[in-house]
Design a protein around this ligand. Structure first.
Ligand SMILES: C[S@@+](CC[C@H](N)C(=O)[O-])C[C@H]1O[C@@H](n2cnc3c(N)ncnc32)[C@H](O)[C@@H]1O
Length: 208
Protein backbone atom coordinates (compact mmCIF):
# COMPACT_ATOMS: atom_id res chain seq x y z
CA UNK A 1 0.00 0.00 0.00
CA UNK A 2 1.19 3.53 -0.81
CA UNK A 3 2.84 5.29 2.17
CA UNK A 4 0.77 8.45 1.60
CA UNK A 5 -2.35 6.33 1.97
CA UNK A 6 -1.13 4.38 5.01
CA UNK A 7 -0.29 7.47 7.08
CA UNK A 8 -3.94 8.45 6.82
CA UNK A 9 -4.86 5.63 9.22
CA UNK A 10 -3.62 7.87 12.06
CA UNK A 11 -5.87 10.81 11.23
CA UNK A 12 -7.76 10.39 7.93
CA UNK A 13 -7.68 13.57 5.83
CA UNK A 14 -8.97 14.50 2.37
CA UNK A 15 -9.44 12.00 -0.45
CA UNK A 16 -6.79 9.57 0.76
CA UNK A 17 -8.37 9.70 4.21
CA UNK A 18 -11.69 8.84 2.69
CA UNK A 19 -10.10 5.97 0.74
CA UNK A 20 -8.34 4.47 3.77
CA UNK A 21 -11.58 4.58 5.74
CA UNK A 22 -13.36 2.60 3.00
CA UNK A 23 -10.55 0.04 3.13
CA UNK A 24 -10.56 -0.15 6.94
CA UNK A 25 -14.34 -0.67 7.00
CA UNK A 26 -13.70 -3.91 5.09
CA UNK A 27 -10.33 -5.00 6.43
CA UNK A 28 -11.29 -4.59 10.11
CA UNK A 29 -14.64 -6.38 9.87
CA UNK A 30 -13.57 -9.89 10.95
CA UNK A 31 -11.47 -8.47 13.81
CA UNK A 32 -14.41 -6.35 14.99
CA UNK A 33 -16.84 -9.30 14.85
CA UNK A 34 -14.43 -11.41 16.89
CA UNK A 35 -13.86 -8.60 19.39
CA UNK A 36 -17.53 -7.74 19.85
CA UNK A 37 -18.30 -11.42 20.57
CA UNK A 38 -16.61 -10.84 23.97
CA UNK A 39 -18.98 -8.01 24.90
CA UNK A 40 -22.38 -8.31 26.57
CA UNK A 41 -24.59 -5.53 25.27
CA UNK A 42 -27.94 -4.70 26.84
CA UNK A 43 -30.83 -3.10 24.97
CA UNK A 44 -30.71 0.13 26.98
CA UNK A 45 -26.93 0.57 27.01
CA UNK A 46 -25.41 3.97 26.26
CA UNK A 47 -22.25 3.29 24.23
CA UNK A 48 -19.35 5.43 23.03
CA UNK A 49 -17.00 4.30 20.24
CA UNK A 50 -13.76 6.32 20.28
CA UNK A 51 -11.83 6.70 17.01
CA UNK A 52 -14.97 5.61 15.21
CA UNK A 53 -13.42 5.96 11.71
CA UNK A 54 -15.99 4.91 9.12
CA UNK A 55 -18.68 4.29 11.76
CA UNK A 56 -19.15 0.56 11.14
CA UNK A 57 -18.97 -0.30 14.83
CA UNK A 58 -21.32 2.54 15.76
CA UNK A 59 -23.80 1.05 13.27
CA UNK A 60 -23.26 -2.46 14.63
CA UNK A 61 -23.96 -1.31 18.19
CA UNK A 62 -26.99 0.75 17.16
CA UNK A 63 -28.46 -2.41 15.62
CA UNK A 64 -27.84 -4.32 18.88
CA UNK A 65 -29.73 -1.95 21.19
CA UNK A 66 -33.37 -0.91 21.15
CA UNK A 67 -33.66 1.72 23.88
CA UNK A 68 -30.12 3.00 24.43
CA UNK A 69 -27.97 5.35 22.37
CA UNK A 70 -24.65 5.08 20.55
CA UNK A 71 -22.13 7.91 20.25
CA UNK A 72 -19.11 7.94 17.96
CA UNK A 73 -16.22 10.33 18.41
CA UNK A 74 -13.18 10.91 16.23
CA UNK A 75 -10.73 13.81 15.92
CA UNK A 76 -10.67 13.51 12.12
CA UNK A 77 -13.16 15.57 10.15
CA UNK A 78 -13.27 12.94 7.39
CA UNK A 79 -13.96 10.14 9.90
CA UNK A 80 -16.81 12.18 11.37
CA UNK A 81 -18.24 12.77 7.89
CA UNK A 82 -17.93 9.08 6.94
CA UNK A 83 -19.42 7.85 10.23
CA UNK A 84 -22.27 10.33 9.89
CA UNK A 85 -23.05 9.11 6.37
CA UNK A 86 -22.88 5.48 7.47
CA UNK A 87 -25.34 6.13 10.31
CA UNK A 88 -27.60 8.73 8.70
CA UNK A 89 -30.94 7.02 9.42
CA UNK A 90 -30.07 6.24 13.05
CA UNK A 91 -28.86 9.85 13.53
CA UNK A 92 -32.17 11.13 12.16
CA UNK A 93 -33.96 8.77 14.61
CA UNK A 94 -31.93 10.16 17.54
CA UNK A 95 -30.34 6.76 18.21
CA UNK A 96 -26.81 7.74 17.10
CA UNK A 97 -24.71 10.88 17.49
CA UNK A 98 -21.31 11.45 15.88
CA UNK A 99 -19.04 14.11 17.37
CA UNK A 100 -15.64 15.50 16.37
CA UNK A 101 -13.24 15.48 19.30
CA UNK A 102 -10.27 13.90 20.99
CA UNK A 103 -10.07 11.01 23.43
CA UNK A 104 -7.98 13.28 25.66
CA UNK A 105 -10.84 15.69 26.31
CA UNK A 106 -14.14 13.86 25.91
CA UNK A 107 -17.09 16.28 25.67
CA UNK A 108 -19.27 14.23 28.05
CA UNK A 109 -20.26 14.43 31.71
CA UNK A 110 -18.80 12.05 34.30
CA UNK A 111 -20.59 8.70 34.44
CA UNK A 112 -22.36 8.93 31.06
CA UNK A 113 -21.64 5.55 29.44
CA UNK A 114 -22.25 1.86 30.07
CA UNK A 115 -19.64 0.84 27.48
CA UNK A 116 -16.74 2.69 25.82
CA UNK A 117 -14.97 0.98 22.92
CA UNK A 118 -11.86 1.61 20.84
CA UNK A 119 -11.17 -0.45 17.73
CA UNK A 120 -7.74 -0.06 16.13
CA UNK A 121 -7.26 3.36 17.65
CA UNK A 122 -5.31 3.18 20.95
CA UNK A 123 -2.05 2.92 18.96
CA UNK A 124 -2.46 6.63 18.22
CA UNK A 125 -3.68 8.02 21.55
CA UNK A 126 -1.30 10.75 22.74
CA UNK A 127 -1.02 9.63 26.39
CA UNK A 128 -2.42 6.14 26.90
CA UNK A 129 -2.68 6.23 30.71
CA UNK A 130 -4.15 9.76 30.91
CA UNK A 131 -6.53 8.97 28.03
CA UNK A 132 -7.67 5.77 29.78
CA UNK A 133 -8.34 7.87 32.90
CA UNK A 134 -10.47 10.17 30.73
CA UNK A 135 -12.43 7.12 29.50
CA UNK A 136 -12.79 6.00 33.13
CA UNK A 137 -14.27 9.42 33.99
CA UNK A 138 -17.08 9.20 31.43
CA UNK A 139 -18.00 5.59 32.33
CA UNK A 140 -20.73 4.77 34.83
CA UNK A 141 -19.74 2.73 37.89
CA UNK A 142 -19.50 -0.92 36.68
CA UNK A 143 -19.20 0.43 33.12
CA UNK A 144 -16.98 -1.41 30.66
CA UNK A 145 -14.01 -0.35 28.55
CA UNK A 146 -13.29 -2.49 25.51
CA UNK A 147 -10.11 -2.26 23.41
CA UNK A 148 -9.65 -4.26 20.20
CA UNK A 149 -6.38 -4.32 18.23
CA UNK A 150 -5.29 -6.35 15.22
CA UNK A 151 -1.65 -6.01 16.27
CA UNK A 152 -0.28 -7.22 19.59
CA UNK A 153 3.14 -6.16 20.84
CA UNK A 154 4.86 -9.56 20.61
CA UNK A 155 8.49 -9.41 19.50
CA UNK A 156 7.90 -11.03 16.09
CA UNK A 157 4.96 -8.73 15.33
CA UNK A 158 6.95 -5.64 16.35
CA UNK A 159 9.74 -6.74 14.00
CA UNK A 160 7.29 -7.50 11.16
CA UNK A 161 5.55 -4.13 11.58
CA UNK A 162 8.68 -2.02 12.10
CA UNK A 163 8.16 0.11 8.99
CA UNK A 164 4.47 0.73 9.70
CA UNK A 165 5.18 1.56 13.35
CA UNK A 166 7.71 4.22 12.34
CA UNK A 167 5.63 5.59 9.49
CA UNK A 168 2.51 5.93 11.61
CA UNK A 169 4.24 6.65 14.92
CA UNK A 170 2.18 3.83 16.48
CA UNK A 171 2.40 2.30 19.95
CA UNK A 172 1.76 -1.44 19.80
CA UNK A 173 0.74 -2.98 23.12
CA UNK A 174 1.31 -6.48 24.42
CA UNK A 175 -1.37 -8.19 26.53
CA UNK A 176 0.72 -7.30 29.60
CA UNK A 177 0.99 -3.63 28.50
CA UNK A 178 -2.79 -3.42 28.14
CA UNK A 179 -3.36 -5.11 31.50
CA UNK A 180 -0.97 -2.85 33.34
CA UNK A 181 -2.15 0.40 31.68
CA UNK A 182 -5.77 -0.44 32.50
CA UNK A 183 -4.85 -1.27 36.07
CA UNK A 184 -2.78 1.93 36.57
CA UNK A 185 -5.63 4.04 35.19
CA UNK A 186 -8.09 2.67 37.73
CA UNK A 187 -9.85 -0.23 36.00
CA UNK A 188 -10.54 -3.58 37.66
CA UNK A 189 -11.63 -7.12 36.60
CA UNK A 190 -9.30 -6.86 33.61
CA UNK A 191 -9.32 -9.63 31.00
CA UNK A 192 -7.34 -9.89 27.79
CA UNK A 193 -8.09 -12.24 24.89
CA UNK A 194 -6.09 -13.50 21.93
CA UNK A 195 -7.37 -15.16 18.75
CA UNK A 196 -5.30 -18.22 18.03
CA UNK A 197 -3.16 -18.03 14.92
CA UNK A 198 -3.48 -14.24 14.66
CA UNK A 199 -1.89 -11.16 16.28
CA UNK A 200 -5.36 -10.00 17.38
CA UNK A 201 -5.86 -8.92 20.97
CA UNK A 202 -8.69 -7.40 22.92
CA UNK A 203 -9.11 -6.25 26.50
CA UNK A 204 -12.13 -5.75 28.70
CA UNK A 205 -12.09 -3.99 32.07
CA UNK A 206 -14.53 -2.38 34.49
CA UNK A 207 -14.84 0.91 36.33
CA UNK A 208 -15.39 0.03 39.98
C1 LIG B 1 -7.00 2.97 12.21
S1 LIG B 1 -8.42 4.00 12.33
C2 LIG B 1 -9.65 2.87 12.99
C3 LIG B 1 -11.06 3.30 12.66
C4 LIG B 1 -12.16 2.36 13.14
N1 LIG B 1 -12.26 2.32 14.59
C5 LIG B 1 -11.94 0.97 12.59
O1 LIG B 1 -11.76 0.02 13.37
O2 LIG B 1 -11.98 0.83 11.36
C6 LIG B 1 -8.05 5.00 13.75
C7 LIG B 1 -9.08 6.08 14.01
O3 LIG B 1 -8.83 6.63 15.31
C8 LIG B 1 -8.91 8.04 15.21
N2 LIG B 1 -8.09 8.62 16.29
C9 LIG B 1 -6.75 8.47 16.45
N3 LIG B 1 -6.33 9.15 17.54
C10 LIG B 1 -7.43 9.75 18.07
C11 LIG B 1 -7.62 10.61 19.19
N4 LIG B 1 -6.59 10.98 19.95
N5 LIG B 1 -8.88 11.05 19.46
C12 LIG B 1 -9.92 10.67 18.66
N6 LIG B 1 -9.78 9.88 17.57
C13 LIG B 1 -8.57 9.41 17.29
C14 LIG B 1 -8.40 8.36 13.81
O4 LIG B 1 -8.81 9.62 13.34
C15 LIG B 1 -8.99 7.21 13.00
O5 LIG B 1 -10.28 7.50 12.50
Amino acid sequence: MDKKLIINARKPKGELGSEIIERMNESHEKLAQWGVSHLKIKENDVILDIGCGGGVNVKRFAEMISKGKVYGIDYSEVSVEKSSNMNKLAIDDGKVEIIQGSVSDLPFDDGTFDIVTGFETVYFWPNFIEDLKEVNRVLKTNGVIFICNEAVGDEDILEEMKEHIELLDMKIFSEEDLYSALSISGFTNISTFRKEGTPWVCAIAYKS
